[in-house]
Design a protein around this ligand. Structure first.
Ligand code: ASP
Length: 242
């Protein structure tokens, strides 16, 4: 929610614009202790899409709600509804005007391991700048943009969503750990630095495993990322400088 509320990120306030000049957001969340998951797509008026995703997970029998129906559900759940203008920032508007042909990304995500061994992941985005036709990316698709399973890892992804859906990126990382016994680092490197690179899908993931190991590979020029541990270790990075 903190990152959604911060206009610097492409999620919540400050989300990129669609081709038609709207903000349409997607988000998802997953609980690794029981594989419960919730997601929302094509959101135009829920202040915090990640909270709506959480409400879908905790208060509905569904996994993915979209558009007007998702708003109606959020309203019923007492979540804050805002005017679509709330998400608008001049910086993103100017950016749309500049790059009306080029697509861009800049999603936010979190992965967490608690002291009981529970893993969770959440991801929130305005999607690809200049998108059309109510396009939905990987962010609200469980197994693509978000995945968590206490047996393996929690993963949140950013990048060219169409590739992340087709390569089921976040679940593939979990599956490589589960079926092949790979470490989080080996599994996420294989998917992000080999499979996605071969496919031409740019982006990266952040992940934490059941032991607290962190991996944050990306095949793009940079990826804003950071981690913090309970024993005081932390790091914040943009480029390949770990
Ligand atoms: N993955 C997001 C999408 O395709 C965009 C991003 O990560 O910036 O909608």
């Amino acid at each position: 929610r903190v990152m959604e509320d911060n206009p610097l990120f492409n999620a919540g306030k400050g989300a990129v614009f669609t081709h038609e000049g709207r903000n349409e957001m997607d988000a998802s969340i997953m609980d690794g202790s029981n594989l419960a998951a919730g997601a929302v797509a094509v959101i135009t008026d829920i202040k915090n899409p990640i909270s709506a995703a959480r409400a879908v997970m905790e208060k509905s029998h569904h996994v993915l709600l979209s558009g007007a129906g998702a708003s109606e559900f959020a309203r019923e759940q007492g979540l804050e509804i805002v005017s679509p203008d709330y998400f608008r920032t001049q910086r993103r508007w100017d950016s749309l005007q500049e790059v009306l042909k080029k697509e861009k990304h800049g999603t936010v995500g979190c992965c967490a391991l608690d002291k009981y061994g529970n893993l969770a992941a959440g991801t929130s985005t305005g999607g690809m700048e200049n998108k059309r036709y109510n396009r939905i990316g990987d962010t609200p698709v469980i197994g693509a943009g978000t995945y968590a399973n206490n047996a393996t890892c929690a993963v949140s992804a950013t990048g060219h969503g169409e590739y992340f859906i087709r390569w089921t990126v976040s679940h593939d990382i979990s599956a490589l750990m589960e079926y092949k016994g790979l470490t989080l680092k080996a599994a996420s490197d294989l998917v992000v630095m080999e499979k996605l690179v071969r496919a031409g899908g740019s982006g990266g993931v952040i992940g934490v495993d059941r032991k607290g190991n962190v991996a944050m590979p990306f095949n793009s020029t940079g990826m804003f990322r950071g981690f913090a541990t309970s024993d005081g270790k932390e790091g914040i990075y943009i480029y390949r400088n770990e």
